[in-house]
Ligand binder design. Sequence first.
Ligand code: 6GU
Length: 248
Amino acid sequence: MFFTVLTIFPEMFDPFWAHGIIRKAIEEKKILTSTINIRDYARDRHQVTDDRPYGGGSGMVMKPEPLAGAIRAAAQTVPEAKTVLLTPQGQVFDQRMAQELASWDGLVLICGRYEGVDERVCRDLVDYEISIGDYVLTGGELAAMIVIDAATRLIPGVLGGDQAAEKDSFSDGLLEHAHYTRPRIFEGREVPEVLLSGHHQEIEKWRLESSLMRTLLKRSDLLQKKTLDRQEIEILKKWHHVIKSLIQ
Ligand code: 6GU
């Protein structure tokens, strides 16, 4: 996967490329990354990338020419890449989108700044618009990092065998189960006995219960959307039974 980021702040990405799983993915050539400074494609002497909006009003707009120049330069390196504009007006990013993007060959991520991007660039040179949630950032850079991070960890071979992405929260419509590590007793609180038992089937059952319980308590909206299997229904029925006996 080839990620090209178009931004007026390329330095923001230096620490991002340099740490953790992203760094390892680059070193192992699972992903290729490059940042293009949109300012380099501004023609005027002061390399201006924004201008006042036609029709008046507050805020500035990203000028079309530098952005178009940067997008075309990116397309020359990876012609099959899709272009994505990070904007609060885009489709809201989720795990399903991350999975989709992880299967693509190349992605050009355009980080908007100021009040917005000239509409002609959005219309003619952008394939998709992505938002990371219903709130407004000062620019698309943090959103681009989030999209790259979430997609990269789903590329085969990026995560080690012991950190498999299949068990992620959301990948099966449930939040992940609770986790514990040593010490066995921390500030008087013990690790659930079953996790020490070595009984794999019982541990898996406990983890499914933990997943279901956490999803019900923290994100019942996810349970509403999910198709439950037989085992999950049995667990919920058991709780239903317990709760009924409590209130009768
Ligand atoms: Cl992608 N960009 C900006 N500027 N704000 C956002 C966003 C993106 N997603 C949510 N808010």
